[in-house]
Each structure stands twice: as C-alpha cells, then as structure tokens.
Design a protein around this ligand. Sequence first.
Ligand code: PLP
Length: 387
Amino acid sequence: MRRFREEIISELKELKNRNLLRKMEVLNSGDFPYIIINNKKLINFSSNNYLSLNGHSYIKVKMSEAEERWGTSASASRLISGNLQIFEEAEEKLARFKGKESALIFNSGYQANVSIISTLMKDGDAIFSDELNHASIIDGCRLSKARVYIYRHNDINHLEDLLKKSDDKKKLIVTDGVFSMDGDTAKLPEIVYLSERYETAVIVDDAHSTGVLGEKGRGTEEHFKLKKENVMVLGTGGKALGVTGAFFSCPKYIRDFLINKCRGFIYSTAQPPSVPAGLMASLELVDKESFRRERLKELSEYFYEKLKTKGFAGGTNPSHITPLIVGESEKALYLERLLREKGVFARAIRYPTVPEGTARIRFSITAEHTKEDIDRVINIIEKGWKS
Ligand SMILES: *Cc1c(COP(=O)(O)O)cnc(C)c1O
C-alpha cells in the first residue's frame, strides 16, 4: 500500500503546486440565489438553476405525490422490474416537448452521453466533435472505438474539411447546444446543413439550453427554428428544470436500439419515481411561467452589456452563462476569493475543465437574480482588476 499511497499523494501535491487542486464547499442552505457558507450569506452566481425552478412548490407537490403512490425507489432497472408507468408517461411528454418521436430517461447527463455515444458508434464509424464539448461527450467518444475527429470550436469550415476526408461507415456530429463554460451557442443551422450534405446524424447536448433557449424553452433547435429528423437531443433535468436526470429525444428505432444495447441504461437502477413526476411538473412550468425565461434573458443581456461597457472580455454573446476569462489559474482563484469576501459566490474554472491558459470565473445568471446583484459583481470585478 505504501507505493500506492505515495503515488496518489504526489499527484495531489502536483495539482496543488499548479493551482489546480479542487475542493468542495459545504453549503448550509439550498440552491437559491442566496446561499450560506460558514455562516456567511453569499449571492450564488455558480448555479445552473437558470429558471429558479428548484424548490418550486408545484414540483415539490408532484414529486411527493409520486413518492406516495409509487414509492421512494424504482428498485430495479427499467428492463427488469423498474419500468413504472410514470416513466413512460414522462417520456411521452419529454418527447413531445422536444418535438421528437420518442424519449428515454437516463440517470444523469454524464451517464447518458458516455453510454449513448459509445452505443451508437463503433469501430469503423466516425464522430465529429467540437473541441469545447462537455467532458461526458469526450468520454463517450473515447469509449466508442469510433474514429474521432475534433473540429475547432464552432468552426464550420474545419468541420466540413473533416467530413470530406472521412470515408467511415456511420457518421455523427456531436455538439453542446449552449457551451457549458463559454455560454455561446452551436451554429446548428450550418451543422444541420452539413449533416444533410454528408449524411451524418447529429446529437445536440441541450444541458444548458433545455428550458432556456427558444421562445417556449424547447432548446437549441427551437432557438434556430429548426426541426430535423436526423437531429437527436439530450436534455438534462438537473439544471434549468430544477430536478435531476437526463432524457434523450430521438426516433423510435434509436430508442429501441438503446433499450437493447445501451449499457448505461440497461445496467443501472431507474431513477426514483419522483424524478419523472418532477420532470413533468417542470415542463408544465416551462410552458406556463414564461416570465422566468424572459427575466433570465433580460438579466443576461444586462450583465453582458455592463461587462462590455466596462471593457471586460465576457462571452461572445449575451447568455445565461458568461465567462470572465483571466488566463492563469492563480488569477482566477484570486478573483474568486475577492468576490467571495464581498459576498459573491462565483467559481473559478480551471484546466482541465477549460483549456490551459483560459482560466476564468464562470458566472451563471438565474431568473431570481436582480440588477443590483449584477451591479455589485461588476463593481467587485472592476476593483479587483486594478489590484
Ligand atoms: C452538466 C452537463 C452534462 C451532465 O449532465 P448531468 O445531468 O449533470 O450529469 C452533460 N453535458 C453538458 C453540456 C453539461 O453541461
């Protein structure tokens, strides 16, 4: 064991030396715009609770009702005895929500990407993946044994060059809808155009778009007013929808295939029944309470404009995710500490989550923030920048 221990400890030390060591914070209160850490009240700018639906009374009631009726666990995987009717009901609604033929619930977005991509794509196939795609997509590609072509971020010409080169069997383009650490949106119309030209399937990861993008919160496709057969969409339930889990919206034959082949689906106990209930409740709210989406948009634009006016390099467009890129990890950590001292919780994001040399503070806006909260953040950044 000594060798084992020494190796691990030395890797931890190395992370610390490079300012890359990560630590979890303990929150003494829930995920609302204000959180409490060490008895200190902080405004939370690091939550993906974009629509502020977490804790919504309607979702709570529906989740408790489902728990009463169906129990606290599914007690088995869906293929064994866990396929409670409420999952099928929710999947029908989730499919309709995304305008697709069918949907399949997964336990998390991470699990979904890793297992779906590696199930659909195999030896002899090709995956075209944006260089800034989420870690779960990268891991799914690695596990798949397909050839992986990485294209430069949102670079459609590069993507086309790579598509031209490929004579692989099946082809798949995969992209985040809204990029998780940069907040910009995939160029889906161009990607779809290429996918039709080169007979390629497309997966859009709508983890940060579901509930947020498009007039009715349907996600990236709605945002661009697209509706395509060859586009499959991963939505997640833990971010804007305020619940947990993930759902893959796709043609029915793909759902059939995944039920038969996808190990992440087959070999894992289904979510507790409160989860599909919560997701259905949340979809209703996404429809009924569109003021949340409008408010989020207004605040995102306000933050973006303010940053720009003050001369800071924020994202490339107004978005509920806005990075403030500072470069070195040390600087990002400094700014994080400073914000924290002044009552703002906004996390530094470092390598390997983002490329080396692009450490940043990632601000995420929620519908319950105020313009005063944002002004406060801007003031702190301004002062911190000078020192
Ligand atoms: C958060 C996220 C995931 C993972 O989803 P979880 O449900 O949190 O596991 C996948 N893709 C992207 C782009 C994400 O931001």
